[in-house]
Design a protein around this ligand. Sequence first.
Ligand SMILES: [Zn+2]
Length: 449
Amino acid sequence: MDTLIITGGTLDRRHFNKLAAIGLAGIFPRRQDRFNFFSDQNLEVDSRRLNRRMNQLARFGANSAGGIDRVAFSDANIEALDWISGLLVESGFTPSIDFAGNMIAHKPGSEPHRSPIMLGSHVDSVPGGGNYDGQVGSMGALEVATTLADAGHTTRHPLEIAVFTNEEAGKTGSRALAGELEEFELDIPTASGFTIGEGLRRLGGNPDRLDEVRRREGSVEAFLELHIEQGGVLYEDEIDVGVVEGIVGIMRWDVIVDGKTNHAGTTPMDRRADAMVAAARFVDLVYTTARGMPGRQVATVGRLEAEPGAPNVIPGRVTMTLEIRDLSMEGIEKVYDEIGQSVGRIEEQTETQFAFERFYTSRAAPTEPRIREIIENSAQSLGLSSRRMPSGAGHDAQSIALFAPVGMIFVPSVDGISHAPEEFTEPQDITNGVNVLLRTLLEIDRAGT
Ligand SMILES: [Zn+2]
């Protein structure tokens, strides 16, 4: 491919020529900014262009099921990034690939000393994924960029549009910006056939220099991510926009129940220490506890294995997982403690013993309260209904929240389906979300966070 190197990344020469052309056009702004200040707060995006670009993006990695196989580091992933970078150049941005493979496009603001406002999402998919997860936020950020360019509106803050690396299998790019990416992860194989480290090089990154992409606290004014809900709440309740209160924290444990292995035919019912019976009571306990407490916590036993695992043997050991999610880590611990209080009773009743080993923690990431308000007001100004809600799924915004105030906007997923070719969001809902994104950006630019 015919490429030029630009600060650690590559750009197609065709796009570079466009960049040069835009540079010249910039000398003759289409409109005078000062006349537009008040009307620009009411700018709206071009719905047809936005949804046309959604369809164009869907061609990269399209599969026969109507979805996409655009896993991180695949050719389709790289081609999609190249296509987007060309469109960003046309909107007056300068894209480059950072060492973590993130495509980040910059545009100066009228007050250069200010920290940038960043918007974006991801375009990589799970294998056999759909056309909306990550893509709505990426095309939304691009549409905001084009709308501002068309209106000749220059923001006070510099703008950054980010398409993050490998969201689906480890949030590699956004976690690198937060300094959270660990050395061992570079050797992890991915669905592309490349390890994460190899994949970063394919995108134009450099796994040896990840320290250099790390952002300091306070270096970004705000980060905004538009995303599909991936659940069915907004769709079922016919709400236009979700105002995300935060990305839930997750804790997972292995739960080991020890009883006594014995003959299933000769051991009377009153002389058993059946680990499976104890496990069954525990599964019910987890469900009723999480459901019975006030709040929106969720708890799940997702895997269960009995040993020795034969039809004619009383299980002497069961190993299962417990997962609890909540918007606050304290909330998670409250559920865990509540469950723990009843485990003793099950142990007594079944003559078994429980042990808990925590093996995974993902910290909750609350969004910035002030940005939630701005998102709500923006929705209202557009005549859209909104609702505050947690995000049960992880997102890039979760990593960015470690060093910057973040805001997240959800749009409805039809039937709540995601990570499948049937994933769908109505074009009008996408437009609504992008309009809210634009107005939120303009308000943060005007008033700060
Ligand atoms: Zn996503």
